[in-house]
Design a protein around this ligand. Structure first.
Ligand SMILES: C[S@@+](CC[C@H](N)C(=O)[O-])C[C@H]1O[C@@H](n2cnc3c(N)ncnc32)[C@H](O)[C@@H]1O
Length: 328
């Protein structure tokens, strides 16, 4: 974590300023330390170079995929999915006073940051192949519609393993770029990826919740989320938060998928044929209720309700991009 990030981050609970305490520097970055809110007193950790700014009741991990994987390893993916849609899987809650991350998670983070991890991974997926076919077209449209090229400060929401983030960091190294993701191990992987490609001098990685963004208001020129919609539960709240953190006149852009496109694009494609009609209906109900699968009209409606204007939509084969501007 670079100290210059303090101008941007805020307490996710009350948006108060954060003060850096008890910290240890390594290579001009804060490796370990604490961030304390001046307003409400809440304390957050900096662990192995990453600020962990999730609200205290949220564990910084990708709970859906981690909890499904636990069941999948015993009984298979279908059973994992059925557990999820029947409400049997829940995120683990951090214990008050306990550590946010286990020793295994910290070790996993170190591994994902390593050169070895990225060499292995990139042998399978070439960097250039992060997008292909239908997605390549929508990727190019997303870049243009989002206005990234003319922005100075950009927030990438739901960074995942950083396909979009890495692209921006590589193409426009002069931009201030912030990554927000809920998963500590994924952001450690992104840190490793940036080091592997020797890019990302101006990138700040933040572990946090997109529904409670740990940033000050009115600070970004562009906020974008490349298919965060699809993985982030209650996505409509993300649209509200994006409006808050954008500067006046700033732009928010999302991409999303609906129906068959959603299924094809996710791990669901592997098991969809084996689901009974009733199970399939339950799955769709779950995706809709959790706002994981939103129709383009719902997204546009929420953009309007939140206050965005100059809304533009691109849609093809149930894949879409929606963008809007915050009032000047
Ligand atoms: C599929 S990835 C999106 C792809 C990514 N934008 C890219 O360019 O590679 C979605 C990510 O959203 C993250 N996520 C899920 N819920 C979140 C939340 N509440 N806040 C922030 N990130 C979240 C997950 O960890 C997941 O890695």
């Amino acid at each position: 974590m670079k100290i210059s990030i303090l101008r941007y981050i805020a307490c996710p609970m009350c948006y108060g300023n954060l003060i850096l305490q008890d910290f240890r520097l390594e290579d001009n970055e804060v490796k370990e330390g604490a961030l304390v809110c001046r307003k409400c007193g809440q304390k957050y950790s900096i662990m192995r170079f990453l600020p962990i700014l999730t609200p205290p009741y949220i564990k910084p991990y990708d709970w859906i995929s981690v909890e499904i994987t636990k069941i999948k390893e015993k009984y298979g993916l279908k059973e994992g999915l059925l557990h999820l849609i029947e409400g049997k899987l829940k995120p683990i809650k951090p214990k008050p006073g306990g550590s946010l991350l286990s020793q295994e998670e910290l070790q996993e983070g170190e591994y994902r940051e390593s050169r070895e991890y990225w060499e292995r991974r990139l042998r399978k997926i070439k960097r250039e192949q992060i997008v292909s076919g239908d997605l390549e077209k929508i990727w190019n449209i997303f870049i243009v519609m989002s206005g990234i090229e003319s922005a100075k400060e950009i927030l990438d929401v739901g960074t995942g393993l950083g396909a979009m983030l890495t692209y921006i960091a590589d193409k426009w190294p002069e931009k201030g770029l912030f990554a927000l993701g809920i998963s500590y191990v994924n952001l450690k992987a992104v840190r490793g990826k940036l080091k592997y490609f020797k890019i990302g001098e101006n990138v700040h990685l933040v572990v946090g919740d997109a529904l409670n963004m740990p940033f000050k208001s009115n600070i970004f020129d562009v906020v974008e989320s490349w298919f965060g919609l699809g993985s982030i539960i209650e996505f409509k709240k993300v649209i509200r938060q994006a409006y808050r953190v954008l500067k006046r006149g700033g732009r928010f852009t999302v991409s999303g998928a609906w129906g068959e496109a959603y299924i094809n694009f996710s791990m669901l494609s592997k098991i969809i044929k084996s689901l009974a009609t009733q199970e399939y209906e339950k799955l769709i109900k779950f995706l809709r209720e959790k706002e994981l699968m939103l129709h383009v009209n719902e997204v546009t409606k929420t953009f309007k309700e939140v206050g965005f204007h100059d809304i533009e939509v691109f849609e093809e084969k149930n894949l879409y991009v929606v963008t809007g501007r915050k009032s000047v």
